[in-house]
Design a binder for this molecule. Structure first.
Ligand code: C2E
Ligand code: CA
Ligand code: CA
Length: 574
């Protein structure tokens, strides 16, 4: 036990001596101050368990001292007021300010000692109780070996995560993992090595996760990770792969290298369960699947998810191969100016011919590429091919038509699209008017918000900007006004029914006139019939793109199409 510290604050030297005399042989460490300000300094520095406080003092009196300290019944110290002249109302004020006891001068030695001793005992008991509670709280929240959350806290966080996810209609993932053959290590090397291994594993996984993730130890060598940020199972799979690699790397315990691996089961809310218990259970079951599959791997609880993830990974590999082996090509779909009877430009669309699987539609592989960084490489490749083609047409003295390329949102996030375009235009000496970027409404909004799309730059560059799939996204038309949008492409879904549905007809008409009022040209996408073409012609749509005129074509066929089209008469209709 440490020696109890007692502080005496009194301006009266006689009173101080008397107190010193009374307490000298009691085994306290004594401190003396001659006014409240001096007393406050010592109080803060020494944290005395008992302070004897005079009321009337120069510089800072007793009540001011109390106001500065704010004592309460829970304080880990006692303040005893010790004063000669105080009326009842003053005493009451001191109690209100939090003093723990009151003694009147002149004091009796026994009375003083009794009060001090009693308060010390009381406060010491209180302090140990508080410390014990803190320890118990920590025990109830954290795992003592690793400092990670324990099961009870995990369940609590899971409940919150479920509430958040159900409100925002999002999903989240739960990883259940343990160390393969932990028992063997424990038995062979001893429990202290086992304990250290668990600590190192939790530290390593702890370094991989984000601050918002919850890592818990369930007991033994079993851990659970709750991660809310990831929506795609492919991202969860990547994270699981990172954990596997991290744990499989050599771990040193003392000087001794230890090699272990782990097995991970993944459950996803809400697909695999809607309560904490269900999610933990399904992740645990998935972990056993991973063990059955030979350990050192991860498995999703649902077979569907396992299949989806492995399909995604296979596709990603195929795309990488395709880029290397040159399996991609570009087709050009003409855009027709039906009022003038000319081909006004083309959209570049990527095509993939796989040596074994045949043709794979961009609708199938572009979304996969967007989930990984592959879309960045694909995007660059497409823009490069298109610029080369434009340069070739110029060399061959063929008519130069503007070509538009599709740019995905992810590309704006992950690479400097505009810089790449500028580089290409300079490198191939191409008129910026000949290149147009097609982005969807949501891409546009997101890239603006994230500062990845600079309008001043786009305006300066003089390349065209088209809004793709118009009508399917936010459709908050207001933003069109403030951005340098040149072209609006009405989505095929509106064109499909334009001659059958009055509602769609009205929407298309409104889009055209709104765009025109903002000096924006309109392309109708997916036009397949003469009736659709006629409707669009009547309502002043500028350009037509669709199978009615032509499918996307390989370069040579596209060139032939442009040649032949020039000989055709302009459209005349209703
Ligand atoms: P999108 O940008 O909306 O492109 C138009 C799609 O509609 C093309 O499909 C085109 O072949 C098709 N299409 C055009 N006219 C008609 C028609 O009259 N009827 C029908 N049924 N379809 C028509 P495709 O080439 O399969 O491309 C699908 C999507 O893949 C594109 O939709 C685009 O979002 C994406 N994509 C294609 N190439 C690229 C690319 O190089 N980069 C990026 N980021 N995305 C691309
Ligand atoms: Ca497009
Ligand atoms: Ca489109």
């Amino acid at each position: 036990m440490t020696v109890p510290k007692v502080l005496v604050i009194d301006d009266d030297a006689d009173a101080r001596s008397a107190i010193e005399l009374a307490l000298k042989t009691r085994g306290y460490e004594l401190f003396f101050a001659t006014d409240g300000a001096d007393g406050l300094d010592i109080f803060r520095r020494e944290s005395p368990i008992v302070t004897l406080l005079d009321l009337r003092m120069p510089v800072m009196d007793g009540t001011e001292f109390l106001k500065a300290v704010c004592p309460s019944p829970e304080s880990p110290y006692a303040i005893i007021m010790l004063t000669g002249h105080a009326d009842d109302s003053e005493v009451e004020v001191c109690y209100e300010l939090g003093i723990h006891a009151f003694l009147r001068k002149p004091f009796n030695i026994y009375e003083l000692n009794g009060a001090i001793e009693q308060n010390i005992k009381l406060k010491q008991a209180q302090i140990s109780l508080q410390q014990l509670n803190k320890k118990l709280d920590k025990l109830a929240t954290f795992d003592t070996l690793t400092g990670l959350y324990n099961r009870a806290m995990l369940v609590e966080h899971l409940q919150q995560a479920i509430r958040r996810a159900s409100r925002s209609r999002q999903s989240f993932g739960l990883f259940y993992f343990d160390i393969d053959n932990f028992k063997k290590v424990n038995d062979a090397c001893g429990h202290s090595v086992g304990d250290e291994l668990l600590q190192q594993v939790s530290k390593r996984v702890g370094q991989l996760i984000r601050s918002s993730d919850i890592l818990a130890r369930m007991g033994g060598d079993e851990f659970v990770l709750l991660t809310e940020g990831m929506q795609k199972s492919a991202d969860l799979a990547t994270m699981a792969g990172d954990i596997l690699r991290e744990i499989a790397a050599e771990i040193y315990i003392g000087r001794q290298p230890v090699h272990v691996s782990c097995s991970i089961g993944i459950s996803v809310y809400p697909d695999c369960g809607s309560t904490p218990e269900e999610l933990i259970k399904t992740a645990d079951m998935a972990m056993y699947k991973a063990k059955d599959a030979g350990r050192n791997c991860y498995k999703f609880y649902s077979a569907k998810m396992n299949a989806a993830v492995s399909a995604q990974l296979t596709m990603e590999n195929n795309i990488k191969q395709a880029l290397k082996r040159g399996e991609f090509s570009i087709h050009y779909q003409p855009k027709v100016d039906h009022q003038a009877g000319t081909v006004s430009g083309a959209e570049a669309l990527i095509r993939w011919h796989h040596p074994k699987l045949g043709n794979i539609s961009p609708a199938e592989f572009i979304p996969v590429a967007e989930k990984s960084d592959l879309i960045v490489e694909i995007g660059k490749w497409v823009r490069e091919q298109v610029c080369r083609q434009l340069a070739r047409w110029r060399q061959q003295s063929l008519p130069l038509l503007p070509v538009s390329v599709n740019v995905s949102a992810i590309e704006f996030l992950k690479c400097e699209v505009l810089q790449h375009v500028i580089d290409l235009l300079l490198q191939h000496d191409i008129d910026p008017h000949l290149l147009e970027l097609e982005v969807t409404e949501s891409t546009l909004m997101a890239s603006v918000e994230q500062g990845n799309m600079d309008y001043e730059i786009i305006t300066l560059m003089d390349t065209g900007l088209a809004i793709d799939d118009f009508g399917t996204g936010y459709s908050s038309l207001g933003y069109l006004k403030s951005y340098p949008v040149d072209t609006l492409k009405i989505d095929k879904s509106f064109i499909d029914n334009v001659t059958a549905s009055e509602r769609d007809a009205a929407i298309v008409k409104a889009m055209i006139s709104m765009a025109h009022s903002l000096d924006i040209r309109v392309v109708a996408e997916g036009v397949e019939t003469a009736a659709q073409r006629d409707f669009l012609h009547r309502h002043g749509c500028d350009f037509i793109q669709g199978y009615f005129y032509s499918r996307p074509l390989p370069v040579a066929e596209f060139e032939a199409f442009v040649r032949e089209f020039r000989g055709r008469p302009a459209v005349r209709c209703g």
